[in-house]
Design a binder for this molecule. Structure first.
Ligand code: ADP
Length: 644
């Protein structure tokens, strides 16, 4: 009879009850067929052993249990293994939970860091706005040589410092996963034209050729993030210029070859006719190069081959790692190849959606037919000749390339003698030996059929007197390098059509000031910093605008109600009432009084995307990030007051 007994009592003759064994409580017929011995310790042994067993009750013919058969086996090892597994699992769970906590903590810390940097950036950008702006204004005044040198130094170092802050902010945004990419339509041709225009000055100062070429059949109407693309190309080109003393920097763009990726259906796009193009951007220089053992680490943060050289040229060591992250975020890749002493090639790829029909018409190429027109290209730089040749050939021209002025003169005379003269000569003004100007002078001395050739001169804007020399030689068509396709085609259209190409707008700001002068605007400037108030007033000094200044949002709201303002320039961080609150109050008042919305431009030192959204959400029309450049401010005022 085993009812009320513990298993050891049933199965073994032991005195000590085993704690794990249940007491057999019910044993009515059929209830329990066997009793399981959960575990027992073997007596007299040092180590605890575990046993798994069962007992089969033996019943007499009335059904009463009279005995039982017990079978058991040693499961100590299994138990130990189970125990180890349980402990390991527990440790794993603990580790995962600790890791989760750490991730949450790290995310919090990252967020805090990113916020901190945004705030720091604000704190630094605000005074930088005044420093760079004031130095710029100072440079516009009469200064002696020494004073000018000092002011220029303040200005350029301010710009360097600002670049550094932007790099750090970008880097922390990427690290914190807070960098959002845009997805908008853009024209690659325009992007490159503007970028090359902005960077050409540095290249010209160093006497380096800066060129770019978009290979034929490369789609240029794209959708993606043009700002970030520009940042990556810009960074690579700036580096290339920085680390090249002689020769050239060449930006080459093409679609990835057929059979690799090329044009394919864009998987994420619902429009069936959208295609994706994987573009390959290469920035090729003839600079100092990178030692092969260092090339792999070049994209890591703060990795510089020669830190003293990099520092003297204003480097932070963040540019390439930011570029790598941006290329990665855009779905592409980046790598570098280099031969020490010969030059480097940085290449990156980015997939874009090709927009077949742009909603807004992009800049169109002028229609031009050069069918079998003989054109002579005179340039010592082979890459430049190649680019010009390709553009001209695309339009049907018959191109002859030569690398020197002497050879150019020879070709011109030879062509005229054989009765098939050149109609057009595109001449680089700066060449070793005889330069382009001398070549033109010599052409003018030649017989009529040589002299009849139309000339387009390739010049560098900042070189003293290039443009003056062009005028003296009555060269009416000149292009400032790096040459872009559209300007070249326009210049050819003008010169072959007999018209004069309009000289490039040398100072767009002047034009803008004149245009704002056309109508005296009533401007409300809300800004707590005296320096920044002074700066903005100085920017608008030469215009006919009337600027009323107040130092916080609360006064601004009251002033706004009583004045009749065309536009409000609203700082964001201010004591008493901040710019967002003031903007909301103004919008509320306008609504109540059924007034049309007055443009409000937020002037913020923040550069994070959500801060931009915050200012739009508050009702601001647009947002200008400090330090505010005169040209940007005037352009924005012009844009939002319809003052063109
Ligand atoms: P930095 O601000 O120093 O230019 P980057 O991250 O942009 O930082 O570049 C890191 C380093 O890579 C540079 O300091 C330089 O040593 C090397 N480097 C980058 N581009 C080139 C180049 N075109 N030619 C030679 N070295 C380069």
């Amino acid at each position: 009879d085993i009812i009320g007994k513990r298993c050891y009592q049933v199965f073994q003759d032991r005195d000590t009850p085993c704690p794990g064994c249940p007491t057999v409580t019910a044993l009515e017929s059929g209830d329990i067929e066997h009793a399981v011995m959960h575990h027992s310790s073997s007596k007299g042994m040092e180590r605890e052993t575990w046993w798994d067993g069962y007992a089969v009750p033996i019943k007499d013919n009335t059904g009463r249990i009279v005995s039982c058969i017990q079978m058991s086996r040693d499961i100590t090892e299994r138990k130990q293994a189970e125990e180890t597994l349980r402990e390991t699992n527990q440790k794993l769970e603990d580790a995962i939970s600790r890791a989760n906590n750490m991730t949450v903590e790290a995310e919090k810390a990252n967020h805090a860091k990113s916020r901190f940097l945004a705030n720091m950036s604000h704190e630094i950008r605000t005074p930088m706005n005044a420093v760079i702006g004031m130095a710029g204004l100072l440079l516009d005044t009469e200064l002696d040589v020494e004073q000018r040198r000092y002011a220029e130094s303040v200005h350029s170092n301010g710009e360097v410092l600002l670049g550094l802050i932007s790099d750090i902010l970008d880097f922390s945004k990427i690290e914190a996963g807070r960098l959002e990419l845009e997805d908008i339509d853009f024209d690659l041709q325009n992007l490159l034209k503007n970028l090359a225009g902005a960077l050409s000055l540095r290249a010209q100062e160093k006497g380096i050729e800066l060129m770019y070429d978009i290979e034929p059949a490369t789609p240029v109407h794209l959708r993606g993030d043009p700002g970030r693309l520009r940042q990556v190309i810009g960074n690579l080109v700036e580096n290339a210029i920085k680390f090249t003393e002689k020769g050239e920097v060449f930006v080459r763009i093409k679609a990835q070859e057929e059979g690799r990726r090329s044009l394919s259906s864009c998987p994420n796009d619902t429009q069936s006719d959208s295609k994706a193009a994987h573009l390959v951007f290469s920035v090729i220089d003839t600079g100092i190069g990178i030692p092969s053992e260092q090339i792999d680490g070049i994209f890591e943060v703060f990795n510089q081959v020669d830190s003293s050289l990099s520092r003297s040229s204003g480097g932070t060591g963040l540019g390439l790692s930011i570029s790598k992250k941006l290329a990665g975020l855009m779905g592409g890749d980046i790598w570098a190849e280099s031969i020490l002493g010969k030059g480097s090639t940085f290449t990156f790829t980015v997939p874009f959606t090709v927009t077949a029909k742009p909603e807004k018409p992009f800049e169109e190429m002028p229609p031009l037919d050069l069918n079998r027109t003989r054109v002579l290209v005179v340039d010592d730089n082979a890459t430049n000749r190649l680019i010009l040749n390709r553009i001209l050939a695309e339009y049907g021209a018959l191109v002859t390339e030569v690398e020197s002025a002497i050879r150019g003169l020879f070709e011109l005379k030879h062509a005229a003698d054989s009765g098939n003269p050149f109609r057009l000569a595109i001449i680089d003004c700066r060449m070793p030996g005889m330069d382009g100007f001398e070549l033109v002078r010599r052409i003018h001395e030649e017989q009529d059929d040589v002299r009849a050739v139309k000339i387009i001169m390739l010049t560098s804007e900042n070189r003293d007197g290039d443009l003056k020399k062009c005028r003296d030689l009555e060269i009416t068509s000149y292009l400032i390098k790096p040459v872009n396709k559209k300007d070249l085609l326009e210049a050819i259209t003008f010169i072959l059509g007999g018209k004069t190409a309009s000289p490039p707008e040398k100072n767009p700001t002047v034009k803008m000031e004149k245009s704002i002068l056309a109508r005296a605007l009533n401007i409300l400037l809300v800004e707590d910093s005296i320096d920044n108030r002074l700066l903005i007033q100085a920017y608008l000094k030469k215009t006919a605008c009337r600027v009323e200044t107040v130092e916080n949002g609360a006064i601004a709201v009251e002033k706004f109600k009583t004045g009749n303002f065309d536009i409000v320039l609203m700082d964001v961080q201010m004591p008493v009432m901040d710019g967002y609150t003031a903007t909301r109050e103004i919008r509320h008042w306008e609504k109540e009084n059924q007034r049309t919305e007055t443009p409000i431009l937020a002037l913020t030192a923040y550069a994070l995307a959500d801060d931009f959204e915050k200012s739009l959400a508050a009702g601001c029309t647009d947002h200008l990030s400090k330090p505010i450049k005169k040209e940007n401010l005037l352009r924005a005022i012009e844009k939002y007051t319809g003052n063109t």
